[in-house]
Ligand binder design. Sequence first.
Ligand code: SF4
Length: 376
Amino acid sequence: MPPQRDIGLYIHVPLCRQRCHFCAFYLEIATPARIESFLSALERELTLYHQQNLLDERALQSIYFGGGTPTTIPSQQLAALLDRIRNTYLVTPDVEVTVEAHPSTVTLSDLRVLAEAGFNRISLGAESMAPQDFIPIGRPGTISETEQAVANARTAGFSNINLDLMYGLPGQSLASWTATLQSLLALDPTHISCYALTIEDHTKLARDIATGLVPAPDEALQIEMGEAAETVLASAGFTRYEISNYAKPGNACRHNLLYWTDGDYLGLGPSAQSYVAGSRFGNIAHLDTYTSQLENDQLPVADRLPLSVEEQRRDALIFGLRLLNGIPNSLTADDQGQREILNQLIAKGLIVEEGTRTRLTPLGRRFADSVASELF
Ligand code: SF4
């Protein structure tokens, strides 16, 4: 029998206090009524999957509460939900339990409740450390709230703290981005994610750019900012282990590594995606429909795609190439045609083969999606 893949649980909370101008995710504005209906439907979804024994008695290696903003839900209720999960599924003794939080949604006492409940990793959406960057992207909150949230998280007992940043923001200069990185480092996180801003259709930011209210992103500057991040963070002891992710030694995000190392994950909540036993499936992106289907004891799955062995290999290659140490050579060059494409990508300086692994070069990382799609 082949070895079982690692598995994690993802809880998607599609609730936020307000919508940021760049955000195209499915979400609802958090109200007490929305929170209640979401939590009771989620409880039902947990139970249905448990009855199906979908995880086949496998122990969870990670549990990740993402969103949205999970901390729009009161901390006591998040703690109770985590308790419920731990009473329903097996978990490994060193399970990584992450909660994403917007800095202005958590107090010290909230963070204490979460740490005591067993959350051992927190991911705070800092986005920038320059207040002027928040205006065009409509990100609520202040820099001092970010600083306070990090200090409070540490006081509450979180030693594994991620801070999310965005770069290529309207009006952001290279100097201001570098200053943001330095200010962030002063908060001493263990993990930093740096995402290039992308302009999604049908967002307020896309409209503001179209009408000239906000300057369009400068692609060349964004590339320079990505390179600056690697230099600044490397000199502070962070290793870039994935295109957008940096960690101090031993602090790579175990949950996200599942996505890039062909692991399994079960996603619960509206619009959550899953990959279990070679099958991809995704929940309906609509809270009311999600709730009403679960009230009728139906899983709220909108689409399901069993993958052939070849498709599973393709996905493992596409996601794995995002890792700085790449993929095992066994995932590539399965046939003559693919070997030729690989040779062309190597000749163009986009990919290198080293020992038993194949990885993107710095140039290839800029075009990661198109390089991966060329291979299939
Ligand atoms: S907090 Fe995150 S999920 Fe919520 S609106 Fe802003 S970007 Fe979107």
